[in-house]
Ligand binder design. Structure first.
Ligand code: DGJ
Length: 702
């Protein structure tokens, strides 16, 4: 056996070391170190204790939460893993994959830990492959993607939770001894109540620029679980992976079982750098075409709901052009004939154009868009079915529902059984047929409006506990096929607002719908939450009629990410139209800075009655600064705001954009002025807009 005392296996990045140790005495693999890069990793040999088990098993001597638990063919409910070998492969200048093979000495079970390090971004991705060579299937009950250990005095966990229309609420708490679990059991979507992301600060709370923390997320669009267990010695283990809930899986002999990826970054300079690491990683690797351009769009959901016809849509296509946007996105309601989709109670599953609303089909709309000089995109929700549909009538066995129980609806619909390959084929064909019949379709919004309840697959028979895992893998399989054929078609990920936002799905999607709540005041908090993990290029924010705020405020809030519109353009006043046209033009000029620039969160809406953030481009010669006043109390003063990320030696001119062409009660005092980066970062700007729900956006140019 290739074990020697103190064999160290490094798997870090430019600034972070993750180092494993093989203990020569027991042949087991331990996590020796995770933190800021060491000057000399060999120093670890001086530490006498081996560390914590890198991937703790169950059934032998582990008394805490295991990463893996299984039962063998003979009924033995234990697993022991010993180090066998490892190899390190550099796939390019930036990426290194380390594979560490572990094996049970008594049973033919192998577990390979994969650690993929993205050096420049300081991001590490971990997953595990389990292979068993017994004679019959073995059952695995826990099968984490990652297990990490920390030895700090205190641990501060930030979670992001919520519900429909109130996604990504931020809450930070100190971990106490015992177990804290963040998880979801929704099946079709990663979240709604808890998002598969967390920040974990060590020793003390971190802020944007100070503190040691990791930011982690699971790339899985289904049930996830993060376990945080503080033991009797104050050590913390963090176990991340698919939620074991109702999901024991029987692994066939010789057939590898692969877990999804846990993705994390480490920072010892606070949350800001952690977010920027994840943003860069996401743009380069995590999101489809993450560093390419995006289409700005006008959506009709808020403006028309289900109530439209060809004439109305044709007018909206003209309005898309008038606003200066690239694409019109036709939302829900365009399909089904026997049970027309005129509300959310019917038609889902019958993906043929509704002949009353669209007598000339989608082809007409694609051509009409072309005539008007814009592109055309379309909404689908191919994983779902209304009981009032032809699909339900023809294929009752394609639907997830429990025998001997009444059907349980959410938004009047049911989930299709993607575990069944025939259903997978159907879903692929819905998309493929639409795109081959209408090659002009330039954009898709892929919705998913319910979670699983009464989850039972008639296809899976006695393997019901495979459903949660097989559903998501089948979805990925469909998306893989779609991407092979349509590699760069922009697709928006949507799930009744932001119910399915994770890096497992975002490999296939160019952007996501953050929330159905577009009230800009609420939206500031929601977008603030997403900004910790997802780059602005992926976060779709639309200007709508929600909220009572000015059009300027609504526009400024949407502009901090991927701006779009979902509004009745024909009801805009001349002034509003002119303002919006100018805003779209400014956005198109600046979107590269917002989409690809570095984000600096300057003042949190959770800490003050305002939110301030900025983006700076790579050359540091252009920046965009957003400031929003949420409320202002009598006599309340807002301090100057020090900017970040600029070049101290450059001189920047500030120009206000999105200037309202109707009067307002304050003036943007800094407009037109020039300051050095040094001044802006040390003395800062007076951004006191004073009136509640007001905002200013400055463009900074060297
Ligand atoms: C939920 C989405 O979040 C909305 O944007 C819209 O597409 C509706 N579904 C349509 O049913």
């Amino acid at each position: 056996m290739n074990t020697t005392p103190d064999l160290l296996i490094p798997a870090g990045t430019k600034n972070v070391d993750l180092i494993y140790r093989v203990n020569g005495r027991d042949g087991r693999l331990y996590q020796a170190y995770l933190g800021a890069r060491l000057g000399n990793a060999g120093d670890l040999k001086q530490i006498s204790d081996a560390g914590h088990l890198a991937y703790a098993t169950s059934g032998t001597d582990n008394l805490f939460e295991p990463a893996i638990r299984m039962t063998h063919n003979d009924g033995n409910p234990s697993l022991e893993l010993k180090y066998i070998s490892h190899n390190t492969e550099k796939t390019d200048a930036n990426i290194t994959i380390t594979k560490i093979l572990l094996k049970d000495p008594e049973y033919p079970v192998e577990v390979t830990l994969h650690i993929k390090s993205y050096s420049a971004e300081d991001v590490i991705e971990q997953w595990v492959e389990i292979v068993q060579k017994e004679t019959k299937p073995v059952t695995i009950y826990n099968y984490a993607s990652s297990m990490l250990h920390f030895d700090a005095g205190k641990y501060w966990l930030t979670q992001f939770h919520g519900d429909w229309a109130e996604e990504m609420k931020i809450e930070e708490n100190e971990l106490t001894s015992g177990i804290k679990i963040l998880d979801s059991k929704l099946g079709t979507r990663a979240h709604m109540y808890q998002t598969p992301v967390f920040l974990l600060s060590l020793n003390e709370r971190s802020d944007e620029n100070n503190g040691e923390l990791i930011a982690g997320t699971l790339g899985w669009s289904g049930n996830f679980q993060f376990v945080f267990e503080v033991d009797e010695k104050g050590s913390l283990r963090v176990i991340s992976g698919i939620n074991p809930f109702a999901s024991e899986y029987s692994v066939q002999p010789g057939k590898p079982f692969k877990t999804p990826s846990f993705i994390f970054t480490y920072s010892n300079h606070g949350k800001g750098p952690a977010s920027r690491n994840l943003h860069r990683w996401a743009s380069n690797y995590g999101i489809l075409d993450g560093n390419k351009t995006r289409l700005t769009l006008l959506n009709n959901w808020e403006a028309t709901g289900f109530n439209f016809d060809e004439k109305k849509l044709s007018d909206i296509l003209g309005e898309t052009k008038k606003l200066g946007l690239d694409l019109f996105l036709l939302d829900d309601g365009w399909f089904a004939n026997k049970y027309p989709r005129n509300n959310d109670r019917a038609g889902l599953g019958d993906w043929q154009e509704n002949k009353t609303k669209l007598p000339d089909g989608l082809g007409y709309l694609v051509r009409e868009a072309d005539n008007k000089g814009v592109k055309f995109g379309i909404w689908i929700e191919p994983e779902m079915v209304n009981p009032k549909s032809e699909l339900y009538e023809t294929h009752p066995d394609w639907i997830l529902k429990l025998p001997n129980r009444p059907e349980h609806y959410f938004r009047n619909q049911l989930v299709l059984d993607l575990a069944n390959p025939k259903v997978g084929e159907f879903v692929f064909n819905v998309v493929d047929r639409m795109l081959t019949t209408n090659p002009g379709i330039a954009f898709i919004k892929w919705d998913c409006n319910r979670m699983m309840t009464n989850a039972y697959s008639s296809y899976l028979k006695d393997k019901q506990s495979h459903l949660y895992v097989d559903y998501v893998n089948s979805l990925y399989n469909i998306l893989d096929r779609i991407r092979q054929k349509y590699p760069h078609l922009p697709v928006m990920l949507c799930s009744g607002g932001g119910g399915r936002v994770d890096y497992g799905a975002l490999r296939y999607f160019t952007e996501f719908w953050a929330s159905d709540n577009t009230d800009p005041l609420e939206r500031i908090y929601i977008q603030w939450g997403y900004s910790f993990f997802f780059p602005a290029v992926s976060v779709c924010n639309h200007v709508t009629s929600w909220g009572r705020q000015t059009l300027k405020f609504r526009t400024d809030v949407a502009m901090m990410g991927k701006m779009g519109y979902d509004i009745k353009v024909n009801e805009m006043s001349d002034n509003e139209l002119k303002f919006s046209q100018a805003a779209v033009a400014s956005y198109k000029r600046l979107n590269n800075v917002i989409w690809q620039g570095d984000l600096f969160r300057l003042i949190s809406p959770y800490e003050e009655n305002r939110a301030v953030l900025m983006y700076v481009n790579g050359e540091k010669n252009k920046a965009v600064l957003f400031t929003y006043t949420l409320n202002s109390r009598y006599g309340e003063m807002f301090n100057r705001v020090r900017l970040q990320g600029l070049d101290p030696d450059k001189i920047y001119r500030l120009q206000e954009i999105n200037v309202p062409n109707e009067g307002r009660r304050f003036s943007s005092a800094e407009n037109g002025k020039s300051y050095s980066g040094d001044y802006l970062m040390k003395i800062g700007l007076n951004l006191d807009t004073r009136s509640p729900l007001s905002s200013i956006v400055y463009e900074l140019t060297e």
